[in-house]
Design a protein. Structure first.
Lengths: 267, 343
């Protein structure tokens, strides 16, 4: 029996193939160009290993902080109307359209040694330049919108009447959020957190202006490219792409909803 | 006991109230009205999830106006059950239980009482509409509420499951001596369940009373129309005979009691309009314009010359051989003509 494929789906599939190739080809070419030997060698280099750990951990700290401040704000935006709400949403999304070098400059004017906040904090020994705090600061700035937007969307999908029921059953506002709303929205929140983490590890522009040192992977890659050329720059960038890809795959497969036990239709 | 005194609720530009109503323990109150009347807002204000703009809410004699929802102790059941989708049936029921001891036994006892004991390990997505409502009811009862608030609890339930759920709701109300306030737009559901009906239209309470009183003696034209009276006609007193109403659209009607002077509205339920195939001499004649089958009855459109509608058992209509375009005789007993004077 011949299976007829509708032209519509064929068109969608062709578009998909073009797009996937467009993204996968440079990544594959980079991995192939680096070669297994070179990768192993890169892993044995102290500065590459340190940089890899620094990048992953800084992005993780970024995501934890983003979660702590982003989730309450996302919930507020999903549930409440208040004057200036559109402005708040616009400000949160601003970093998406900020050129990231400009974001770094902007951060420097506030948190740099001469900046309005930086000047106040320096006597306490807190600085945001040339250290991990600066890296995290830059990462938060450019990646927070991904978590806030993702979490807000998934909170908005949970009918507020679930919370009404929970409260008549004795839950406080916080209890209703923790026991009823968050368990229904966590996949979206986690997806947002994953995007935030991914955006954090890939950040270059804002980080390089606040903290050239210690070097995150993107800065290390840039430095090697400038100093030693293409071949030297490939291993660190290949490593971070592989790490990020594996983490994304793991978390995404974890995010896909489990099949319901009794197998009856979803509604 | 549920007591609302001058309760007003505001949502956007919409105002509901003032609403005054009482539901005694073990009594089943129905807040009946078309969609958009503000019924759910009243329920939400009662539960405390929406602030009241004015008025008083009392439960079991205590003013609960200043209390948060979790301290009011009311049971809330919505149309779609709103079972927590991430929890099993058993854990849904146990959600609001106070104290740790004997939870499992209590869950089983409640599940048994509402007829879902064989579903305890299932997830809500796998339940039918009726099963969900039973679980939602058990969950509400598990928190030992002082009142039960039901927001269109039967609207998402198959007709076959609806009757047994209605029986369950009545039984729960009586056996647990709980005051129930049930919100619905379905008048048949309201009449099947209510000890007392409260008719809310456009944010205002129009009438309160026993179902049969409200049905037979609507307080105004809006209530009459909403309850399906269908024949709501402008008329005035016949100058020659005070017990005859002259319809503005044409025709005359005998009424049981002498009419006041001036304009009135007469209300005739379609089931009170009687038809016979052969126009008798002197009886007002009408032309059948339309037939609509409704269950075992037929809604008959008439040009009499005022437009009238009659609801006749299908078998009777068939036996009399009445069809569209036929001339029929129309009669209404004077006692079945309900007269509204004001408005």
């Amino acid at each position: 029996m011949r299976v007829r494929v509708s032209p519509f789906w064929a068109l969608c599939a062709v578009a998909g193939v073009v797009l996937v190739t467009f993204v996968a080809l440079p990544a594959a070419s980079m991995i192939a160009g680096a070669g297994a030997g070179l990768l192993g060698e890169a892993l044995r280099q102290d500065d590459v290993r340190r940089s890899l750990v620094l990048t992953v951990v800084a992005a993780l700290i970024t995501t934890v902080i983003g979660f702590a401040v982003g989730v309450p704000l996302a919930y507020l935006l999903a549930r409440k109307e208040f004057p200036g709400k559109r402005v708040v949403e616009g400000i949160i999304d601003l970093p998406i359209v900020f050129p990231h070098t400009a974001a770094g400059i902007a951060l420097l004017t506030v948190y740099g040694r001469q900046g309005v906040v930086g000047r106040l904090l320096e006597p306490l020994g807190i600085t945001f330049t040339e250290n991990v705090a600066g890296i995290v600061l830059a990462m938060i700035f450019v990646s927070l919108p991904f978590l806030v937007d993702g979490a807000r969307e998934s909170f908005a999908l949970v009918d507020p009447r679930y919370e009404h029921v929970a409260r008549t059953l004795g839950s406080s506002r916080f209890g209703a959020f923790a026991r009823v709303t968050f368990p229904q929205a966590w996949r979206g929140v986690l997806a947002g957190a994953l995007l935030m983490w991914g955006r954090g590890i890939s950040e270059f522009g804002a980080v390089v202006i606040l903290a050239y040192n210690p070097k995150v992977i993107s800065v290390l890659t840039f430095e090697r490219f400038e100093g030693f050329g293409l071949r030297a720059a490939q291993p660190p960038s290949v490593l971070i792409v592989i790490v990020a890809f594996v983490v994304f795959l793991l978390v995404r497969s974890f995010l896909v909803p489990r099949r319901r036990r009794s197998g009856a239709g979803e509604r | 006991m549920i007591e609302l005194r001058g309760l007003e609720v505001k949502a956007g530009g919409f105002r509901v109230g003032p609403v005054d109503l009482t539901v005694a323990d073990g009594s089943y109150g129905v807040l009946l009205g078309p969609s958009g009347a503000g019924k759910s807002l009243v329920l939400e204000a009662l539960a405390g999830v929406l602030p009241a703009a004015a008025g008083e809410v009392r439960l079991a004699g205590a003013d609960v106006g200043g209390l948060t929802p979790e301290r009011r102790r009311v049971g809330l059941v919505f149309q779609d059950g709103l079972l927590f989708p991430h929890l099993t049936v058993a854990r849904n029921i146990a959600y609001g239980m106070r104290g740790r001891d004997g939870r499992e036994a209590e869950v089983e006892r409640l599940a048994e009482a509402v007829g879902v004991h064989d579903l305890l390990d299932r997830h809500p997505a796998t339940l039918s509409g009726g099963e969900r409502q039973r679980v939602a009811l058990a969950r509400a009862l598990a928190a030992r509420p002082r009142a039960l608030l039901l927001d269109e609890p039967l609207s998402a339930v198959d007709p076959e499951a609806r009757e047994s759920l209605q029986d369950l709701l009545r039984r729960v109300c009586r056996e647990r001596d709980l005051p129930v306030l049930h919100v619905t737009h379905d008048r048949d559901e309201a009449f099947a369940l209510a000890d007392e009906c409260h008719v809310l239209i456009g944010g205002r309470l129009h009438q309160q009373g026993r179902p049969l009183d409200v049905l037979r003696r609507p307080a105004d034209a809006a209530v009459a129309r909403f309850l399906g009276a269908r024949n709501v006609l402008a008329a005035r007193r016949d100058p020659a005979d005070p017990s005859v109403a002259v319809l503005e659209a044409g025709g005359r009607l005998g009424v049981a009691r002498p009419l006041p002077d001036g304009a009135v509205t007469v209300v005739i339920r379609p089931e009170d309009v009687r038809l016979s195939a052969a126009p008798a001499a002197g009886a007002p004649a009408a032309t059948v314009t339309r037939l609509t089958l409704q269950g075992g009855h037929v809604l008959v459109g008439l040009d009499a010359p005022a437009p009238l509608e009659a609801l006749v058992p299908a078998a009777e209509l068939e036996a009399a051989g009445i069809g569209v375009g036929h001339e029929v005789a129309v009669s209404v007993r004077p006692a079945d003509v309900h007269v509204l004077t004001a408005g």
